[in-house]
Design a protein around this ligand. Structure first.
Ligand SMILES: [Zn+2]
Length: 196
């Protein structure tokens, strides 16, 4: 398995110090392959099931129709497979991790994870967006992410868990989002096990 090292110094990507091992993350090609093996490319979500705008009247808001952010997300991801957007595009639409419908989030989740692993520099804050969404910090996020996890099978949950561990690496600080996300996944795996 070829192993590449890339620098993840986000703020100053020009000043790359290749000797600074603490600032590097390895590309986990096995995880990239496993993600591709367990997350299907089809079926893609339908065009009216991509963004869920909470400002929209039909979702309890006061706008008649979705906001411009949600409209852009719906337009960009329409008719795309999860392996089509580039890391830069996934980065541009990083906030979609919290604005997508359950089915669209689950469908594009492997794309965000893969982009983060293979192009760490371009994907930039994508892992932070993802892990924050997956930790379910607010009540709305908590309900939504639990719903998302309900539709993931164990092999997919396992990849999500490996992704979080890959990102967190050997850091010795404790990130509350990471801890919460991992706990949620473990609970879901436990429920899956005891309900079969
Ligand atoms: Zn919106």
């Amino acid at each position: 398995m070829p192993v590449f090292e890339i620098n993840v110094n986000r703020r100053h990507p020009v000043n790359i110090d290749v000797t600074c091992i603490g600032a590097t993350l390895l590309i986990d090609q096995t995880l990239v392959n496993d993600i591709a093996a367990v997350f299907p490319l089809e079926p893609i979500p339908s065009n009216d099931d991509i963004a869920r705008c909470t400002y929209d009247k039909k979702n309890g808001g006061s706008y008649s129709g979705p906001c411009s952010d949600c409209s852009e997300i719906a337009e960009f991801f329409a008719c795309k497979r999860w392996n089509q957007p580039s890391a830069i595009e996934y980065r541009r639409f990083g906030d979609a991790t919290s604005l997508m419908t359950q089915s669209a989030f689950n469908y594009f989740l492997p794309g965000w994870m893969t982009a983060s692993i293979i192009d760490r520099l371009a994907a930039d804050v994508v892992p932070d967006y993802l892990i924050s969404t997956m930790s379910g910090r607010s009540e709305y996020k908590a309900n939504r992410i639990e719903e998302c996890y309900n539709y993931l099978i164990d092999s997919q949950l396992n990849c999500v868990k490996r992704f979080i561990n890959w990102y967190h690496g050997d850091e010795n600080w404790v990130d509350k989002d990471v801890v919460n996300a991992l706990e949620r996944i473990d609970r879901r795996v436990f429920v899956n096990k005891t309900s079969t």
